[in-house]
Design a protein around this ligand. Sequence first.
Ligand code: F6R
Length: 591
Amino acid sequence: MCGIVGYIGFRKADQVVISSLKRLEYRGYDSWGIAVKHNNKIMLVKRVGAISEDKMHEMAEGNIGIGHTRWATHGKPSEFNAHPHTDCSGEIAVVHNGIISNFQSLKEELEKKGHKFKSETDTEVISHLIEEFYRGDLKDAVSKTIDVLRGSYAIVVMHARKEELVAVRYKSPLVLGIGDEEWIIASDVPAILDYTSRVIYLEDGDVVSLTKEGFEIWKGNERVERKIETIPWSIEDAEKGGYDHFMLKEIHETPRVIEDTLFEYISEGVDIDVSFSAGISEIIFIACGTSYHASLVGKYLIEKLTGIPARVEFASEFIYNQPPMSRSLVISITQSGETADTLEAMRIAKKHGARVLAIVNVLGSTATRIADHVLYTRAGPEISVAATKSFIAQLVILYLIALKLSRLSRSEIERLAEELRVMPELVRKVLEQEGKIEQIAGKLAGYENMMYIGRGIGVPIAMEGALKMKEISYIHAEAYPAGELKHGPFALLGKNTPVIASLVPDETYEIMLSNIKEVKARESLVIAVADEHDSEIEKYVDFVIRVPKTDSIFTAITHSVALQLLAYYTARERGCEIDKPRNLAKSVTVE
Ligand code: F6R
């Protein structure tokens, strides 16, 4: 998730844009760039790495400028791929957040018309399209451009010969800050707050024209008015989007993350390229921690939907177990792409001649360079140590792979793909349960031990739920297949050990109810995560967290988001330092 800024007013634009981009650094980025208009020319500076002011003297006195921090998606981190992107004449400069899903076909058409591209990005088509449509009216050219774009975007555009910035928003946030004779537009509020706290949150389809005289907002051919709001937050609050912790903000970003990840790989049907699977005899997942739990869901899906044998290995144990064969597909799942154990396991897999596919969140990370094939999750930077939205994005990719390789009927695959498409909406409904989950967390915060149980796909859900709980609340939380309780863990149950049960509406449901009855007989407090229409469950347990109905395979998403919230509110009630739990690091680069 990149950051964008545009400034028009009386100050030196380079200084404003740089200082505002620095306010967005907390989101993570790998490269950056700014453009300032001066003497009817666009002055550009682009760099890989951290923001510095080394070349700023070249920016001269201009007071119209745009800037961007890039978290690479299409194309590696490089100066060519960094924004702003220009057209052939070098007179139009563009910064963009989001994804242009039809950029490939647009690029081919533009190349046929003689446009020369300098980057691998989807964004560069925007500057060339504006050039195609430009007849002296920048707003008009931008409006015509967005008519042919598909995807999500927040865009800010400048022209060397215009005293104007034009910005547009569609499914990617954009906020207009209104100062005294100066205007600043950005993807996030922290970039604005040093200059003004009066803002307009733009709506999808809004096109804004900013000049030194003022601003106009247009929707299609109509001028529209938008409410001016006053931001009550400090900069630090604003970085967290008004949430108390990054973890909570990131959980709330999940619907958008699912949309962005689906956008990449699903259009008419499931478009994910699975050529990496040709001729394989087995799939071996390797990963650590939360990514290991995503792998367990992956194994479940692969075996259930495709019939291909699959196993999961802790990356750190891979070397001690049955090695892969040349016809094995090794799928390595890693948010950071830098986890030392996972990287080592990938190298071992390659030594054995296996094909390696990496599912990674960070573009250009080491895992992407070792792997033969890479699929990116579109979770954006994850700042809280506890993985939340990136886990759900990993699951989305695994659903897509399993559906693509599935031997189900075409209509059944379409039905499941349709359910996956509505998942952002279902997750929003889970997030609406937040108040109820917070109340339940209040009941749990005083315990020192907990047990999570499930069956089938409910087992990895329970394992991930327990991991979230232990790492941020410091409560000892174990996860077991419900059928295993009798073989030992029952000895731990009683009044002091609450049990959190994931009830999946499939063949495991009835037997889970029996297991819950056995648990209740030991006087444990029981909390169930269950379907919104489940009228039985209330009779058996103390509290129920309701999740919207979906096909049982997708409960890994709905239940996990509910359990992330449960862990979050329990840790908060205990006063824990949620975003940076003791002894843990976001990226584990030692074996
Ligand atoms: C837990 C968590 C860790 C990571 C693990 C692997 O919330 O974040 O368990 O999942 O360290 O990290 P990646 O996915 O970056 O390889």
